[in-house]
Design a protein around this ligand. Structure first.
Ligand SMILES: [Zn+2]
Ligand SMILES: [Zn+2]
Length: 160
């Protein structure tokens, strides 16, 4: 179901918190909303970076103060350098991941990941998970993991 509406104040065409068409006016009041074009580009870039195991390419998309993990999580990340170090550690441990599908929404880009664990005893772990990459001002400001699709998609739809 498409529910696009035109912003009455500036003219941007908005679909559930994502700008489908920019108004191009100086007084645009929807500048904070991500554009569909930007989110699609980010989704392609993330998918390619995972496929190439290119941490540097992925890091280009991150805000300097990007967050990943709750405050009480032992491996929480609070900066671009933290995220790079975490991904490099996972790759060094032989953990691989590929993006099998992406969706875009008001919150940013939702990726479904297939994770490859190196050790046989770790194969019991969940092979799929979702990462919501929250986008603000054209950068990823937060990485939020979800186990379940419904929960992940609900978060994707919310601009918060
Ligand atoms: Zn506008
Ligand atoms: Zn507007």
């Amino acid at each position: 179901m498409r529910v696009s509406t035109t912003c009455a104040d500036c003219g941007c065409l908005v679909d559930r918190g994502v700008r489908m068409v920019r108004c191009g006016t100086e007084g645009c009041c929807c500048e904070e909303l991500p554009t569909k074009e930007l989110l699609d580009e980010l989704a392609r870039h993330i998918t390619a970076a995972f496929a190439a195991r290119d941490v540097g390419s992925f890091a280009e998309l991150l805000a300097p103060d990007v967050r990943w993990g709750d405050d009480d999580a032992p491996n929480r990340c609070r900066s671009r350098a933290d995220v790079i170090a975490t991904f490099q550690r996972l790759l060094a441990d032989g953990v691989g991941g590929e993006v099998t599908s992406t969706r875009t929404g008001a919150a940013g880009v939702l990726c479904r990941l297939r994770v490859h664990w190196p050790e046989p005893d770790l194969r019991e772990r969940r092979g799929h998970l979702f990462h919501l990459y929250r986008v603000r001002s054209e950068q990823i400001v937060e990485i939020v993991p979800y186990g379940e699709r419904t929960e992940a998609e609900a978060a994707l739809a919310k601009w918060s």
